[in-house]
Design a protein around this ligand. Structure first.
Ligand code: ATP
Ligand code: MG
Length: 451
C-alpha cells in the first residue's frame, strides 16, 4: 500500500493544522505512538481517536489510547507480535505492551440495510455474517469496513470522533466535535433514536461522559432517553456488567449514580439495590452513597478498587432485607446468612452478569462481617489473617459510618491493627470476658431463671 495515496473520506474533514491545536506528541503514551508509527511505516493510515484525543484537548490525562486505521485486523496483527484479535460483534486488535493495551480498530461504515436478523436467532447463524442488526435495529455484528469519514459518523458522540495523526500532526474533525468540546456538550452523532436503537448502551455512555466531564447532554441527545430506555432490556447481562464497571469505577461513581437516577436508567442495572433502598431503611441509602464516595476517593488517590467491594456494598441492604425475611423460618443463623447472601447475588445477576471471582470475593467480605464480631482469640486471629480482611474491615467501617450500630467494633479493629503483640492480647482479653458472662446469662434465661 502506498502511504502517499490520499485516504478516501479525508476530504470531508475539517483539518486543524499542527499550529492551530494544542495536542503534542509528548501527551501521547509512547506505546500508542509506536503503534501509529509502525502502521504508518507499513503504508497504512493510523490515528489516535476517542477518549485519548478528547481528554488531551480538555487538559485531562487520558485513561487509554485507542487507534483507528485503514489496516484490517489481520493486517494489524501481522505487524505486531504482541497483537491479538478479539471480539466477534466488533472485531478489534489488542496490542499488549506489558500491562498497557493499545486497542486498534479498523475504520468501519454504518450499514443498516444489510442482514436483518429475526429475534431469537441462534448465535451460530449470526456468526458467519460481517454485519447484522435485529428487528428493533440493534447492531449484532459490525465488521463492515469503510472510509475514515464513515468511521467518524458511526462513533457515538461528536467529542469522541476527533482524530489525531502523527502525519503532519493534524487533528481531524468530521462532525463538529471541537465546537461541542468548547460548549461542553455531549451530542450524539446522527439521529438519536436510530443510534440508541442500534446500541442502547449509548444512553449509558451519554450519562458516563456527562458525569466524567461535567458536560451537559445536549437536548436532542437527552430527549429520547426516557422513552427508549426500555431498549436496555435487550442488552446482554455480560455487556451491562462491563458498562457498569466503567460507570462505577471510572472515578465519578457518585455523580454517575445520581445522573442514572435522574434519567431513570438506574433500574436497568441496579434494580435490587434501588428497591431495597426504597423499602425505607435510611442506613441503606447512606451505605450505598458512602460506598460510591469511597470508590471515587480511592481512585482519586491512586488506590485500587475492586468490583467485589462495590457489589458487596450495593447488595448489602438487600442481604439484610432477605435476612430479616427469613427470621421466622427456623434456620441456623449461618445458613440464613448464606441464603440471604446467595439470593441477593442471584437477584443482581438478572441485571448484570458478575464474574465468579467477584461474587466469591463479595461473599467473603460479607461472611467476614460476622467473623469480625466474634471476640475470641482464635476467630479474631483467623479473621485477621484472612486474605480479604482489609476489604472486610473497610466494609465494616462503611457500615458504621452509614449508621449501623456495631458497638465500636470498627474502632476495636483499628486499635487491634495498630497495636503491638501486647496491646493485641490486651484487646482480646478485654473483649473475651464479657462474652463468657453473656453466655451464662443467656443460659439462665433459657432455663427460665429470672434475674
Ligand atoms: P474512556 O475515557 O472511557 O476510554 P472513550 O471515549 O475512549 O472513553 P471507549 O469505550 O474507550 O471510550 O471507546 C473508544 C471510542 O470508540 C469512543 O470514543 C467512540 O468513538 C467509540 N465507541 C465506543 N463505544 C461506542 C458505541 N457503543 N457506539 C459508537 N461508538 C463507540
Ligand atoms: Mg478509551
Amino acid at each position: 500500500m502506498n502511504s502517499d495515496l490520499e485516504l478516501p473520506g479525508l476530504e470531508k474533514a475539517n483539518v486543524i493544522s499542527r499550529d492551530s491545536h494544542t495536542i503534542s506528541r509528548k501527551q501521547i503514551a509512547p506505546n500508542a505512538l509506536k503503534v501509529l508509527y509502525r502502521l504508518s511505516d507499513a503504508g497504512f493510515h493510523a490515528y489516535i481517536v476517542g477518549g485519548g484525543v478528547r481528554d488531551i484537548l480538555l487538559g485531562n490525562q487520558p485513561k487509554d489510547f485507542d487507534v483507528a486505521t485503514n489496516a484490517t485486523p489481520e493486517e494489524v496483527k501481522k505487524l505486531f507480535k504482541n497483537a491479538r484479535i478479539i471480539g466477534r460483534r466488533f472485531k478489534i486488535v489488542h496490542i499488549r505492551f506489558g500491562r498497557e493495551i493499545i486497542e486498534v480498530t479498523t475504520f468501519r461504515a454504518n450499514h443498516m440495510p444489510q442482514n436483518e436478523i429475526a429475534d431469537h436467532t441462534p448465535r451460530r447463524q449470526i456468526r458467519g455474517l460481517d454485519s447484522a442488526h435485529s428487528k428493533s435495529g440493534m447492531i449484532l455484528r459490525d465488521n463492515v469496513y469503510g472510509n475514515i469519514d464513515e468511521d467518524a459518523m458511526r462513533r457515538d458522540f461528536t467529542i469522541n470522533a476527533l482524530y489525531y495523526t502523527t502525519r503532519n500532526f493534524e487533528l481531524l474533525d468530521f462532525c463538529g466535535g471541537l465546537d461541542d468540546l468548547q460548549n461542553r456538550q455531549i451530542r450524539i452523532i446522527g439521529d438519536p433514536i436510530e443510534r440508541y436503537k442500534e446500541d442502547p448502551v449509548r444512553m449509558l455512555r451519554a450519562i458516563r461522559f456527562s458525569a466524567k466531564l461535567g458536560f451537559e447532554i445536549e437536548e436532542k441527545t437527552r430527549q429520547p432517553i426516557n422513552e427508549y430506555s426500555y431498549l436496555l432490556d435487550s442488552v446482554s447481562a455480560a455487556r451491562l456488567f462491563d458498562e457498569t464497571l466503567k460507570l462505577m469505577i471510572g472515578g465519578f461513581a457518585q455523580r454517575t449514580f445520581a445522573l442514572l437516577s435522574e434519567f431513570q436508567l438506574g433500574s436497568y442495572l441496579f434494580a435490587p439495590t434501588l428497591e431495597a433502598i426504597e423499602q425505607g431503611d435510611p442506613v441503606a441509602a447512606k451505605l450505598v452513597s458512602l460506598a460510591l464516595r469511597n470508590t471515587d476517593e480511592r481512585l482519586a488517590s491512586g488506590k485500587s478498587v475492586t468490583p467485589a467491594f462495590l457489589f458487596a456494598a450495593l447488595l448489602w441492604p438487600l442481604l439484610k432485607l432477605n435476612l430479616a425475611q427469613s427470621k421466622n423460618q427456623g434456620l441456623h443463623p449461618q445458613q440464613a446468612f448464606q441464603q440471604a447472601a446467595q439470593s441477593a447475588l442471584m437477584e443482581q445477576l438478572d441485571y448484570t452478569a458478575i464474574p465468579k471471582r467477584f461474587t466469591v470475593a463479595s461473599r467473603e467480605i460479607w461472611e467476614l462481617q460476622n467473623r469480625l464480631q466474634r471476640r475470641n482469640k482464635r476467630p479474631i486471629e483467623s479473621a485477621f489473617n484472612h486474605p480479604r480482611f482489609r476489604a472486610a474491615y473497610d466494609f465494616l467501617l462503611l457500615r458504621e459510618e452509614a449508621g449501623e450500630e456495631l458497638g465500636g467494633l470498627g474502632q476495636w479493629w483499628t486499635d487491634f491493627q495498630n497495636g503491638d503483640t501486647k496491646l493485641r492480647s490486651e484487646l482480646i482479653a478485654a473483649v473475651s470476658k464479657p462474652r463468657k458472662r453473656r453466655r451464662r446469662r443467656n443460659k439462665r434465661k433459657a432455663s427460665g431463671v429470672s434475674e
